[in-house]
Design a protein around this ligand. Structure first.
Ligand code: BG6
Length: 517
């Protein structure tokens, strides 16, 4: 870690960034300051930004949560959080104390109007003593049912409107609604007090370097984009496989399930970035317009298609990475007769000029054998079998495939056929590989660092717009409805396997099979 510390100090890439991208002075207010997200993600990310000199010199963090705590107790909790979940050894760096001095705490119920008055006073004090200039960022890191009440109270306390010459922003965590109707309602509740340009809907996948690199790979190079369409691509597979189960979040997950937890947000974003047209510029709205456009081109599911093209399943006990793990229904906080899916596979068609006829297969599950997130563009076979491969060779020669490895082993591979050395024309699949760690010498930073910085900078490019979140829900709405209505068709899979056989059938019907990962 000491090396990593050194790397942060010296990295020339960061030096440029530092000059170009330091946000205005501001107060960063976290609702849900005693929660998991604050401890695991927000505070470690803020501290790393601080250490890298990417935060403004006039800055303050105000935590808001129910539990009564003194400022010093809050600071101590956050020190422990950074020590546990952060990637820097803060004591070794000797910076924690200075950072901790920027932290304050306000105890309040989220519905208590008096708490917002106290918060307003604390913010005014910070403006006066630290020169934070009236700029406020409210981060809602609470359970989603608190989002509307916090927005309402901020509005009623007069905290949603910036004073002249300063800004006020609100960052809303996922899940953004639980269906199309509730997402619209939440948008309305936010828009009652905040303008769209003040709202930052977070999807942490967009903060991942590898996800941002999808657009660079496609539009920053001349050689790939001409091959990125129905003429050459046979099909696209997007996989988000996790080995973890519900990780102490049983109650949340049981009310949510795989489709809402991962597909509506993270996977729809991966799909949109993979399939969208080039934006006119790299400005936030130009990028988001293209994402919305491609999402709108996804063919709507009919109830029949839900039955054939959408698979859901739940894990039962099994071995993951050599360890016996309980089944989903045995997890704490999960109903013993739960019908919540922990696995989803979908077949989507995009009815536009570029993708007509190319199926996009999506799969996501918890308790799968391996943690891997990737996007695979699988290309057509050559038109002729010129080399008279033996019949059994087809297994050894995979179709040309471009694999964008989102995580882990972040990188990009291209698979193609090569002649195996020897007297015969024996073909094998080989791989050309780009690895982030090898080319850049560092592992990508945590997604939250980038997103917190962008929100403070007012850059919306990596945040989801209101119409985007609604269109993503509208794609999944018929599936949610059909699954609710029919109550049938829930498959099971053993933990540590690649999901139910129904998912294999879904792709096998098209005479294809999932990539073996
Ligand atoms: C979260 C989901 O949004 O993303 C979790 O709620 C999931 O269930 C997590 O495990 C995955 O994120 P990452 O960055 O580890 O792929």
């Amino acid at each position: 870690m000491a090396d990593q510390w050194g790397e942060l100090e010296r990295n020339p890439l960061r030096e440029g960034l530092q000059q170009a991208r330091t946000p205005d002075p501001n107060c960063f207010v976290i609702f849900g300051a005693s929660g998991d997200l604050t401890r695991r993600k927000l505070m470690p990310a803020l501290f790393r930004l601080y250490v890298q000199g990417l935060l403004p010199s006039r800055f303050s963090v105000v935590g808001v949560a129910r539990r009564p705590l003194a400022d010093d107790e809050f600071r101590e909790q956050m020190r422990q959080a950074v020590a546990t979940y952060g990637t820097l050894r803060e004591e070794a760096a000797g910076r924690w104390e200075r950072f901790a001095a920027l932290l304050r705490y306000v105890a309040s119920e989220f519905h208590d109007a008096a708490g917002y008055q106290r918060l307003g006073q604390v913010l005014a004090e910070e403006d006066e003593h630290r020169g934070t200039g009236g700029n406020r960022l409210f981060y809602l890191a609470t359970p989603p049912d608190a989002f509307p009440v916090i927005a309402l109270n901020l509005g009623q306390a007069g905290l949603a409107r910036p004073a002249s010459g300063s800004w006020t922003r609100i960052v809303v965590e996922k899940p953004f609604g639980r269906d199309l109707h509730s997402a619209r309602e939440l948008n309305d509740r936010l828009h009652a007090f905040f303008e769209e340009h003040q709202i930052f809907r977070i999807d942490h996948y967009l903060g991942k370097e590898t996800v941002q690199n999808i657009l660079v790979f496609r539009f920053g190079n001349a050689i790939f984009e001409p091959l990125w369409n129905r003429r050459y691509v046979d099909h696209v597979e997007i996989t988000v496989a996790e080995t973890v189960g519900v990780e102490g979040r049983g109650a949340y997950y049981d009310a949510t399930g795989a489709l809402r937890d991962m597909v509506q947000n993270h996977m729809m974003q991966l799909l949109a970035l993979t399939a969208m047209e080039p934006p006119a510029t790299f400005a936030a709205d130009a990028v988001r317009d293209e994402k919305v456009k491609v999402l709108r081109s996804i063919r709507p599911f009919t109830p029949e298609q839900v039955r054939t093209d959408a698979v859901r399943a739940r894990y039962v006990p099994g071995l993951v990475e050599g360890r016996l793990v309980p089944g989903y229904r045995q997890e704490e906080g999960v109903a013993p007769d739960s019908t919540t899916p922990t696995y989803v596979a979908l077949r989507l068609m995009i009815d536009n000029w570029r993708w007509a006829g190319v199926p996009f297969y999506l799969r996501h599950g918890k308790r799968l054998p391996k943690r891997v997130t990737e996007i695979a563009m699988v290309y057509n076979r050559p038109p002729l079998r010129l080399f008279r491969e033996r019949d059994d060779a087809s297994d050894r020669v995979e179709p040309n495939t471009i694999i964008l490895r989102i995580q882990p082993d972040e990188g990009i591979s291209l698979k193609f056929a090569a002649k195996a050395p020897g007297p015969a024309m024996d073909l094998r699949s080989v791989t050309m590989d780009f690895l982030y760690s090898a080319s850049f010498g560092i592992s990508p930073p945590d997604a939250y660092e980038r997103l917190l910085l962008d929100a403070m900078l007012g850059d919306h490019t990596l945040f989801t717009r209101s119409d985007e979140v609604e269109v993503a829900w509208s794609i999944l709405q018929p599936i949610l409805e059909e699954w609710d209505r029919s109550g049938e068709g829930m498959a099971i899979y053993e933990a540590g396997t690649w999901g139910p056989s129904a998912a294999d059938d879904l792709i096998a019907r098209d005479h294809r099979r999932w990539r073996q990962l």
